[in-house]
Design a protein around this ligand. Structure first.
Ligand code: ADP
Length: 170
């Protein structure tokens, strides 16, 4: 009998997706048969995300257009309910520093008390991405700084459309 494919859910705001996120997606793909990037409609960082949900989803779909094992889906509401609907029991989160740990640990335990069958794994990115966050990218780009080293080309294109060519170092 063949086991069901193991799908890892990678949830977040992805406002926008950075190369740090991409690093985690690729590591997760080594552990699971597929990765479902679950894009939270409401950003945790602010009332209003920089990119609306449709645009965040579209950007990420474009980044992974050639990767059949990676899917992108918007979600709202409780993550464990979404995971259950999707038939996924594995949640992946990235940990950059100790500062991420407390919140992530609380969330993990809360999610497990909401649905005991869920497992949450934390993955560390490559050292060069440990300082990288979407909020830093938003801040630097909005001030016209070059963020080309930190985001995939599709995301860079959207940031150029919004803030001008300086963000691509042009
Ligand atoms: P949230 O709003 O849920 O924090 P984010 O889009 O900011 O969503 O992040 C989604 C997940 O990716 C979180 O687990 C976060 O810790 C992780 N993450 C974000 N940036 C990086 C990075 N540079 N390296 C590793 N993990 C990261």
């Amino acid at each position: 009998m063949q086991a069901d494919p193991q799908i890892a859910i990678y949830p977040g705001s992805f406002d926008p997706l950075t190369l740090g996120h991409d690093d985690i997606v690729r590591r997760a793909l080594k552990l699971a048969d597929g990765v479902l990037i679950a894009v939270a409609e409401r950003a945790t960082h602010a009332k209003q995300p920089m990119f609306p949900i449709d645009e965040r989803v579209r950007m990420i779909e474009e980044v992974y257009a050639d990767e059949p094992a990676i899917r992108v889906v918007p979600f709202s509401g409780l993550l464990v309910n979404f995971a259950r609907e999707q038939g996924a029991r594995l949640i992946v989160r990235g940990l950059r520093a100790v500062s991420d740990f407390e919140y992530e640990f609380q969330m993990a335990l809360m999610n497990r008390s909401l649905w005991p069958e869920i497992e949450i794994i934390f993955m560390a990115p490559a050292t060069s991405y440990t300082f990288l966050s979407s909020s830093l990218v938003r801040e630097v780009a909005s001030l016209g700084g070059d963020v080309s080293e930190f985001v995939p080309p599709t995301v860079l294109g959207c940031l150029v459309d919004r803030f001008g060519p300086d963000v691509a170092g042009l």
